[in-house]
Design a protein around this ligand. Structure first.
Ligand code: FMN
Length: 152
């Protein structure tokens, strides 16, 4: 199965995490990493499982590299029915009012266009002193089990 691992990142944490996820899944799946800056949501394929990894900036917004993707969703309103995805957010609890709102908003947008979310949204808190990969790799293991159970 093809797995698209797409990141929205300002300072590279989400991109690095995608590389860790690819290393974790790469033996079993045909993985492809891309920046959301380079992805057209209308070109997403139903045969591919998508894992989105994004941080939060500004007033609970997606990072600037992901804003064109957001605009393509909100303006183009592509029909994403049949698309399955999971999402992991990087944020910082210091920003308590907007903690991880970027990943929350992106999940809502994708579901609003009829994509199906697999599993719970994963979350990392930069002020927790835990490494993102220590949270995300067990999370992605659970996600792939849920996906397997769903398609079986
Ligand atoms: C200027 C600035 C604004 C931020 N705003 C938020 C925010 O509103 N909510 C949140 O949860 N995290 C916020 N963060 C934390 C980042 O999302 C977090 O550090 C993340 O790990 C960055 O990942 P990246 O390198 O992939 O962009 C902010 C960080 C900075 C530097």
């Amino acid at each position: 199965m093809k797995v698209g691992i797409y990141y929205g990142s300002e300072t590279g944490n989400s991109e690095m995490l995608c590389e860790d996820i690819e290393a974790e899944l790469g033996g079993d799946f045909d993985c492809h990493i891309a920046s959301l800056a380079d992805v057209d949501p209308a070109a997403m394929e139903r045969e591919t499982f998508y894992i989105f990894v994004t941080s939060t900036y500004g007033n609970g917004d997606l990072p600037s590299t992901a804003l064109p993707f957001e605009e393509a969703l909100t303006q183009g309103k592509p029909d994403l029915s049949g698309i399955r995805f999971a999402i992991f957010g990087l944020g910082d609890q210091v920003f308590s009012e907007t903690f991880n709102h970027g990943s929350m908003k992106l999940a809502q947008m994708l579901k609003g266009l009829k994509a199906e979310q697999i599993g719970e949204r994963g979350i990392h808190d930069a002020s927790s002193f835990e490494m993102p990969e220590d949270i995300a790799l067990p999370w992605v293991g659970r996600i792939m089990e849920e996906l397997k159970a769903k398609v079986a």
